[in-house]
Design a protein around this ligand. Structure first.
Ligand code: SF4
Ligand code: SF4
Length: 180
């Protein structure tokens, strides 16, 4: 019984001598390969050449600082709660009176980690943050040889200090420049 009308009758005719030596099929295959020599290459020589990303591209996370160079993150945990991949972990600490120039809020993230192997770059952590302390940049996590290398720690994520390293800060800010 035929369930659909998509079934095709297989041609079981014996091959001719010309068909049995596959010459025509080989020539056809080589013709396709040869035609690609004159087509525009779809690949680029990465990492020397890079493609430009879409404006809405969401890449590697950056932990932000304020204009005085203080860490914005207050370790509230909202980004971790919002994360559907459970990729974010952190440990909070109380700011000491002598650390007011380091941390903007009374509580800060002593440890902050993102597992980039879990992350799906949805941007929900950025949306959830009430302190503008995290955003997804226009770069992506480089390849690595071990799983451990994809656990990004606070020191990997933290943006350079705009007071002590203004050039590095502007570079890291990328497309975010002017929006802060
Ligand atoms: S981008 Fe999405 S998946 Fe990645 S850490 Fe943020 S909330 Fe989690
Ligand atoms: S990055 Fe934002 S949401 Fe996440 S813990 Fe820090 S302040 Fe809270």
């Amino acid at each position: 019984m035929q369930l659909t009308n998509r079934a095709k009758q297989v041609d079981r005719k014996p091959m001719t001598w010309l068909e049995s030596i596959y010459l025509w099929n080989i020539l056809k295959g080589m013709g396709i390969t040869f035609s690609h020599l004159f087509k525009k290459r779809p690949t680029i020589s990465y990492p020397e050449q890079k493609r430009s990303f879409s404006k809405v591209f969401r890449g590697l996370h950056v932990l932000n600082r304020d204009e005085e160079g203080r860490e914005r993150c207050t370790a509230c945990g909202l980004c971790a709660v919002a994360c559907p991949a459970e990729a974010i972990t952190m440990e909070a600490a109380e700011r000491l009176p002598s650390e007011e120039n380091l941390y903007r809020e009374e509580k800060y993230a002593a440890k902050y980690e993102i597992n980039m192997l879990r992350c799906i770059f949805c941007g929900l952590c950025e949306e959830a943050c009430p302190k503008d302390a995290i955003y997804l940049s226009q770069t992506f996590a480089p390849s690595n040889y071990s799983r451990k290398g994809f656990i990004y720690k606070k020191e990997d994520l933290l943006i350079p200090n705009p007071v002590t390293e203004p050039e590095a800060y502007q570079k890291a800010l990328g497309d975010k420049a002017g929006k802060n």
